[in-house]
Design a protein around this ligand. Sequence first.
Ligand code: PLP
Length: 404
Amino acid sequence: MTGAAALRGQFPLFGKVPRPFHYLDSGATAQIHASALEAMQAFDTTARANVQRGTYPLAEAATGAFEAARGRVRRFLGAGPAEEVVFTAGATAALNLVARAFGETLAAGDEVVISVAEHHSNFLPWLQLRDRAGIVLRVLPVGADGRLDLAALERVVTARCRLLAVTHCSNVTGAVTDVEAIVAAARAVGARVLLDGAQAVQHGPVDVAALGVDFYAFSGHKAFGPTGVGVLWGRGELLAGLPPFMTGGGMVGEASLEGAEWLAPPARFEAGTPPVAAAVGLGAVLEWMGGLPWGGIRAREAALARRLLDGLAGFPGLRLLGPMDLECRAPLVSFELAGLHPHDIAQVLGDRGVAVRGGHHCARPLLAALGCDGATRASLALYNDEADVDALLEGLAAAVRILS
Ligand code: PLP
């Protein structure tokens, strides 16, 4: 029962929205799977209490559910101890956490390398750090197909480099990063690697150990889970050496007017009441994902992406962004169509029940580098099928007729 239709049946929203409905915006927010909803409902109706604080049975049950969710995230990521998993409010919060906490360990003149392909969430925190702490921000360019220009690594990564912070998968071009090359360049100068996995996680479990990175960030809502929760995974010894990014309840041992003693990670980075129910929902959905036959699902996603790319290529004046080789891209396709504004295209498609995203995709430096003013993006996930792709292509033909 892992065909697209059977999977779609496990996402309650698809049974409730008016038809026709073709959801091609999972790159922005994927639909939520029943397992997450059920787990959150069960938590809130049988185990809801604050975590890591109370000693009565309900509070212990809440803490148990929260920590079990941490263990499930650990398994999904192929990570070591569960203590290396920090719950955050999302990928943006996780990336800012690294920029703030790891940033505290950097001195003026130290270098951080990002790529021009970064989502603003993995670009603006580093820009701020540059302006605040005097670090040098170096930028890895992309080639014409939007893939990171790995040949430039030698020039961009210097002996002063302390961190390479790059996307695992671009939210505009779908290009998947050659992580091995990034890690090798970092190791050659003793630098760390942060991977922004926001767009990667909905296409299957990750293996941070095999990737060899030091930090990995993602959001729950892009992995078929709830909004308001995300994850920062970091190597234990690294997290242990970082100061907190936010301070408050639940992250401090001794505290007096003279000073405070931070708890060990992950508590050190989870100040205040964490998004407990959402974390429980995320744990459940990642467990469900872990049991899916990803070989078949990825092959189906790639075949749909091929159908979409081939169909789009037939439109006069249409420019596809990103690599054409499906081996190195996620099933996420952005394009611009000469003379038509992406917002107008998205509006016409939306009126026909086809949900896509139009605009700059929070990646202005990348769009500038690609010479693109704005793009329309269709992002496919495991519940999409040929009918979704064909509805997009038909809707686009209608948009061309209406808007030209
Ligand atoms: N990084 C990438 C590549 C993204 O696509 C996004 C969201 O679109 C983010 C980071 C930020 O994710 P969130 O808004 O869930 O924090």
